[in-house]
Design a protein around this ligand. Structure first.
Ligand code: ATP
Length: 236
């Protein structure tokens, strides 16, 4: 079943139309990957889902509910967590305080338990619990952004170029972590990535965006192994 469905979505910035007729779905429990060159509209697509961009036409449905016209906070409360490009953590707050902010919309009693859980799952965050986020390495900050998103107990995680600025080994570790979250916690993920090779390895379904349109889509493994697709769009 599709947890998220975009149908004929068009939108952009003021008069500048960036997205055209985007049809995209993310199946519950799967990892969907959106690839494409700089400026293809990947970030804009995530912003449309999160309510940060006005959708001019078409519909976006999450678990059957239309997201169009809803403010970002309402969309977050429905269970969508968005880790933006550049991570969006608070540099001068501690690791722990950043994690607590992730749970700001929760009213249940399990926040402390979840905090302990994520500090165990990401031991380097546990070791740096009282340290300012800005003092950590890029990889650690990306792990913090991920853990903070998980503190909201999302049903869908949106990630915008998580590998940006990270060394190859750190990127590999991050993608291993994402694959684990998907496999072990059943988390549904939509990830936008420049690193097509790695993203397609953990993904189930892939989309390639080109100038605001879906140019190619298919099972991630097939896109990964398709020479013509790789040559034309993926550059590896
Ligand atoms: P990147 O990998 O560089 O982030 P992207 O695929 O995520 O690329 P978008 O950031 O979605 O691409 O940008 C798509 C298009 O929208 C680009 O042509 C960009 O110039 C334009 N654009 C992005 N942000 C704005 C804005 N705030 N105002 C006007 N145009 C914008």
């Amino acid at each position: 079943m599709s947890l998220l469905e975009l149908r004929d979505v068009a939108g952009g910035y003021g008069p500048v139309r960036v997205l055209h007729d985007i049809d995209l779905s993310v199946e519950e429990g799967q990892v969907a990957v959106v690839l494409g060159a700089n400026g293809a509209g990947k970030t804009t697509t995530l912003r449309a889902i999160s309510g940060l961009l006005d959708v001019v036409s078409g519909d976006i449905r999450f678990a059957g509910t239309s997201l169009v016209g809803r403010p970002p906070e309402a969309i977050a409360r429905l269970g969508i967590a968005h880790v933006p490009q550049g991570r969006g953590t608070f540099a001068d707050l501690t690791v722990e305080d950043n994690l607590r902010i992730g749970a700001i919309n929760r009213r249940d009693r399990d926040v402390e338990r979840d905090l302990r859980h994520w500090l165990e799952v990401f031991p380097r965050l546990g070791e740096r619990r009282d340290q300012e986020a800005g003092s950590m390495s890029g990889g650690e900050q990306q792990m913090l952004a991920l853990a903070r998103a998980m503190m909201a107990r999302p049903k869908l995680l949106l990630l915008d170029e998580p590998s940006l600025g990270l060394a190859p080994l750190v990127t590999r570790e991050l993608f291993d972590r994402l694959a684990e979250l998907n496999r072990e916690e059943g988390l549904t993920i939509l990830v936008v990535e420049q690193n097509a090779n790695l993203a397609l390895e953990i993904g189930h379904w892939g989309y390639v965006l080109e100038t605001g349109r879906i140019a190619v889509q298919g099972p991630a493994a097939e896109l990964h192994d398709d020479d013509a697709v790789r040559k034309a769009y993926l550059g590896f």
